[in-house]
Structures are given as structure tokens and as C-alpha cells.
Design a binder for this molecule. Structure first.
Ligand SMILES: [Zn+2]
Length: 201
């Protein structure tokens, strides 16, 4: 019998249970039709770029459009405003909050500039920020994008001020955790390959 790893099982479950997640039509409206292979890569992306459950779950919520922000919370009477935490001007939808907002756009510009050796020729685009980069060998860039979105979300939840320093420390912490795991599992070579561009910065 063929051995199935957790990623394969997860993908089979998604296919059986949801066939196409409800977010599919939303993203199709936004970005055009993706074939099944592209969707599989998009849904598998958080599993490929991190072993951290919190990071994976967070990106899962985004790709399934179930991360509740002010626009939805307002409908359920869970918040006083439907407006964006950062600009206080537009409705806080998922794509506004993570990409469209002027404040957020400036944050991404700083992120892509600071880590240009990791992003290389990748531009800041809505589908990149929301769903990730599906090209091979972009695990670290994808991880940084997810961590960047976590920073945006946590800044709002903690009523804080948006700064790239929070992202820099998050990346440092994750690299350290992954290094420890890699040492225990004798996978230092993989770790160094994944993190090479960051460690050489
Ligand atoms: Zn905004």
C-alpha cells in the first residue's frame, strides 16, 4: 500500500469534503479561473513553507476566507465599526485589510524592499499577498508573506502600531525554532538551504 503523508491526506480530505471551498468562487472572481493543480498548490502552500501549526492555520483561514475582520464582524454585531483598523476609511474586508489599504501597501513595500534578496523579481500583487507564490523554491518568501499578514492581524487585535520590526523578530524566532527542530531531526542541510538568503543578509 502506498504511504500517504499528512499533506496528501489533507488534500484528499479537502477534495472529498469540500470539493471546492466556498472561497473558490470569491478568488475566481478576483483573480480569474485557476486549474485544480494551481488550487492544490495554493492550499498546500502553508504546509510546504512551515511546520508550525499556528502559521498553517492562519493561512488556511485566509485561503478559505474565514478569517473574520470588521466587515463581517459588523454584520454579526461583534464590533462597532465595519471600517479598516489601519485607515479607518474603507470597509475592512480581507483583501482591503491585507492588500488594498494604503497603510498596508506601504508596509508591504517596506517588507519587499527589506527582503529583496528573498523576493527577488516577485512584485507585490494581490494574489501573491493573499494566496502566496506557487513557484518552486519560494518557501521562505511565502513564509515571510504569511508572517507579514500575521503581523497585520496581531497589530489590529492588540490595538498596536504597525511596524516592520515585529515581522523581523517573528522571522528570527521562527528561524530559531526551525533550526532546533532541524538539528534534532538531522535536517540541517534542508534548513540551511531554505534559510540561506536570510542568513546571508
Ligand atoms: Zn484600510
Amino acid at each position: 500500500m502506498k504511504f500517504l503523508d499528512s499533506r496528501t491526506i489533507y488534500w484528499k480530505l479537502i477534495k472529498q469534503k469540500f470539493e471546492k471551498p466556498s472561497s473558490y468562487s470569491k478568488f475566481t472572481d478576483m483573480f480569474g479561473v485557476f486549474d485544480d493543480e494551481k488550487w492544490e498548490k495554493i492550499y498546500m502552500l502553508p504546509f510546504r513553507c512551515s511546520s508550525n501549526t499556528r502559521i498553517r492555520n492562519f493561512q488556511f483561514k485566509i485561503t478559505h476566507n474565514i478569517l473574520y475582520l470588521n466587515e463581517k464582524l459588523y454584520i454579526f454585531n461583534k464590533t462597532d465599526t465595519e471600517l479598516c483598523y489601519f485607515c479607518n476609511h474603507q470597509k475592512e474586508s480581507q483583501n482591503h485589510f491585507f492588500y488594498d489599504c494604503n497603510v498596508v501597501r506601504r508596509f508591504w513595500e517596506e517588507v519587499f524592499l527589506t527582503f529583496h534578496c528573498i523576493f527577488e523579481n516577485i512584485n507585490i500583487e494581490e494574489h501573491i499577498v493573499l494566496l502566496g507564490i506557487i513557484d518552486e523554491g519560494k518557501q521562505l518568501a511565502n513564509l515571510i508573506i504569511i508572517l507579514g499578514k500575521q503581523v497585520l492581524y496581531e497589530t489590529k487585535m492588540n490595538n498596536g502600531e504597525l511596524t516592520i520590526n515585529m515581522l523581523k523578530s517573528k522571522i528570527k524566532v521562527i528561524e530559531n525554532i526551525e533550526k532546533k527542530i532541524a538539528t534534532q531531526k538531522n535536517k540541517m542541510l534542508y534548513h540551511l538551504m531554505k534559510w540561506e538568503k536570510y542568513l546571508n543578509m
